[in-house]
Design a protein around this ligand. Structure first.
Ligand SMILES: Nc1nc2c(ncn2[C@@H]2O[C@H](COP(=O)(O)OP(=O)(O)OP(=O)(O)O)[C@@H](O)[C@H]2O)c(=O)[nH]1
Length: 437
């Protein structure tokens, strides 16, 4: 049987039952032994009346045959192990079975009545006890004559044999009762204790956090006992668990939503910071850092995939005068207005930014030198045609350069700057370009 609580309980119960049974059986055995010994003693005592007259008569008449026959009959009784008959002088007249001699030694009677020493006695329950009766003959005149005495021998072994038989019956009885009780207990304990406990453990095992369900444990057994209290506690625990799981799920959903919102806010904020970090605050165009980044990227792209790339660098003419004449804030507004013209005038693939001070850059991907020059000239005309509030007309000078083979971004910018310088030298409001040597 699988080791479980029911089996353990049964072992304890039957261990106790076995000890109690053993003690009670020993006590019963002792009482039975005493009782049997007393009964045998009484039975032997009663033989005085059954066999006494016959033995006395045979002695009185010296009738050896009758005496032998009676003695043999007495010896045949199961409780008798020996019989000895003596005359009034103590002379042995007849002996059969195990007897003792005049000195009290254990002897065995031979076939002709002679006594020989008996075999060594067994260790246990070999004590011999005897009952001696006087043989007194009463004649017709009523006179009493002592004619001898006869003795009946019995042994502890006889008592033990009889007790053993009784004990065997008790043992069989006990074993049958014990086995019957064992199976009844096994069945009852398995049904009332083992089965509900197993079902409870299955129920607890099925309480899954991810799929807690709505089940309640129902104890099939009627009545109101400890298992019902345990069932109530189990169901209360499952309810508490369900509540906690539901609360946790709601909390988790809330946290997930909060996390999502937070992530969106962080992403938005990051985008905003990136925009701020790459934007010139005055004009809203790319700043120098962003222009460098775009230029690096575009140069790398051309070197990997081919295609053209040109850069336009432009500078407002005589801007110092504008500041000096109209003030710095007016100068700022001119910068913003020029920026707006560049933004609207450049193509969507171009990147426009403020290179520094009153200097701007237009990065033109997929553009050869001529295209960039044309774009620069168009921008020059637009700026020149624009009317700047407060300051009137303004012009810009342009330097254009197209990327040469294996050229670095800084070299390209340097060449555009050199072209711009030449445009200034040429009298301003002009477009100059630089070609690779
Ligand atoms: N208002 C304003 N002025 C600026 C800003 N950045 C640079 N400047 C001014 O731009 C002027 C540039 O002067 P210069 O380098 O001498 O050039 P220019 O006067 O434009 O002369 P050319 O370029 O040779 O035609 C300086 O006076 C600067 O103070 C700005 O953000 N706002």
């Amino acid at each position: 049987m699988k080791s479980n609580l029911a089996a353990r309980l049964l072992r304890i119960i039957f261990g106790c039952y076995f000890i109690v049974t053993l003690v009670v059986t020993c006590a019963q055995l002792a009482a039975e032994y005493r009782h049997t010994q007393q009964r045998l003693s009484e039975e032997i005592g009663a033989m005085k009346h059954t066999f006494g007259p016959g033995i006395t008569g045979a002695l009185w008449r010296f009738n050896g045959e009758v005496l032998a026959s009676i003695v043999t009959g007495v010896k045949a009784l199961p409780i008798v192990i020996g019989v000895k008959v003596e005359d009034e002088q103590g002379k042995l007249m007849r002996a059969i079975g195990t007897v003792d001699d005049a000195q009290g030694r254990r002897m065995e009677a031979g076939p002709n009545g002679e006594l020989v020493p008996a075999a060594a006695p067994a260790l246990l329950f070999d004590h011999i006890f005897s009952h001696s009766f006087p043989a007194v003959y009463v004649d017709e005149a009523g006179e009493r004559h002592q004619v001898g005495r006869w003795t009946i021998y019995s042994s502890q072994q006889v008592v033990v044999r009889q007790v053993a038989y009784g004990f065997f019956l008790i043992l069989v009885n006990s074993v049958i009762k014990t086995l019957a009780l064992w199976f009844i207990f096994l069945y009852v304990i398995k049904r009332t204790l083992g089965q509900p406990l197993r079902q409870m453990s299955e129920f607890v095992g099925q309480l899954n956090i991810d799929n807690i369900g709505n089940r309640h444990f129902v104890l099939k057994d009627k009545g109101e006992h400890e298992l019902h209290q345990l069932t109530d506690k189990l169901n209360q625990m499952a309810d508490t668990l369900r509540k906690s799981v539901a609360e946790n799920a709601a909390l988790y959903a809330e946290l997930k939503q909060m996390n999502h919102t937070l992530e969106s806010q962080v992403a938005e904020r990051t985008r905003e910071l990136q925009r701020v970090a790459s934007t010139d605050m005055l004009t809203g165009l790319h700043n120098r850092r962003k222009l460098d980044e775009v230029l690096d990227h575009e140069v790398e792209r051309v070197q990997r995939y081919g295609g053209g790339l040109a850069v336009i660098l432009l500078d407002i003419d005589h801007f110092k005068q504008t500041n000096d004449n109209y003030g710095h804030p007016a100068g700022d507004r001119v910068l913003a207005a020029v920026a707006a013209i560049l933004r609207t005038g450049a193509r969507s693939i171009d990147s426009v930014g403020r290179w520094g001070g009153e200097e701007f850059m237009v990065i033109c991907p997929q553009t050869e030198l001529d295209g960039a020059r044309a774009l620069a000239d168009m921008l020059r005309l637009r700026i020149g045609a624009a009317d700047f509030p407060e300051v009137g007309r303004k012009t810009c000078s342009f330097g254009v350069a197209a990327l040469g083979p294996d050229e670095t971004p800084s070299s390209l910018v340097a060449r555009a700057d050199a072209a711009l310088y030449r445009a200034k030298q040429a009298g301003r409001n002009a477009v100059a370009h630089d070609t690779v040597a």
